[in-house]
Design a protein around this ligand. Structure first.
Ligand code: COA
Length: 164
């Protein structure tokens, strides 16, 4: 049965039964809605997300509580590389600041290590201080800058974390 998307306007999400798991096709509509609500550019389409669900080179994780989707993260893997790429992480606006981003990040790191990755890399907008704090608090260090990386011309900071 499809997982309903987060309510709009933002709701006081109960997160005491938070669960982080791999996404299924039933999560797809809610993940697309979350992507659209969270990102102005570089959004992934339903078709792209659908393809990634069945792909050996991608992993989509979702955080749910009371059968509502509260967050999602997309990880890319390459068969001949031990470097995983955290492509995106998003938490529903009404559910931020409660550790869901952290729970997703930890789940993605565990999944990447299980798939043979020894480090994770990601890009984050230079003006996204909240996400940068989340990454830095969890052991990611800045190692580069990509100028004009985003569709709207914004630069990206590059972060990396060695996995245990
Ligand atoms: C970045 C993002 C994923 C973080 O998700 P989140 O669920 O709010 O993250 P967390 O709750 O784990 O941590 C965020 C803050 O909440 C605080 N926090 C963590 N656990 C908490 C808890 N149990 N109760 C209250 N606050 C908590 C943290 O201290 C942190 O504070 P700070 O960053 O202001 O210092 C979310 O803000 C988001 O979706 N942003 C839009 C999309 C985006 O920019 N994604 C990243 C680029 S790909």
């Amino acid at each position: 049965m499809p997982v309903p998307p987060p309510e709009n306007p933002p709701f006081a999400a109960a997160t005491n039964d938070l669960r982080v798991r791999r996404a299924t096709v039933d999560d797809l509509a809610a993940v697309v809605e979350l992507e659209n609500a969270s990102f102005a550019v570089e959004r992934m389409s339903a078709r792209q997300l659908r393809r990634h669900l069945d792909s050996a080179s991608a992993l989509i994780m979702v955080a749910t509580a009371q059968r509502r989707l509260l967050g999602a993260a997309v990880l890319f893997l390459r068969s001949r590389s031990r470097v995983g790429r955290l492509y995106s992480i998003a938490v529903a606006a009404g559910a931020r600041g409660r550790g869901i981003g952290e729970a997703l990040l930890q789940a993605v790191e565990r999944a990447a290590a299980k798939r043979g990755c020894d480090r994770l890399r990601l890009e984050v907008r230079v003006d996204n201080a909240g996400a940068q704090r989340l990454y830095e608090r969890h052991g990611y260090h800045r190692f580069g800058l990509r100028r004009g990386y985003y569709e709207d011309g914004h630069d990206a900071l590059r972060y990396e974390k060695p996995l245990a």
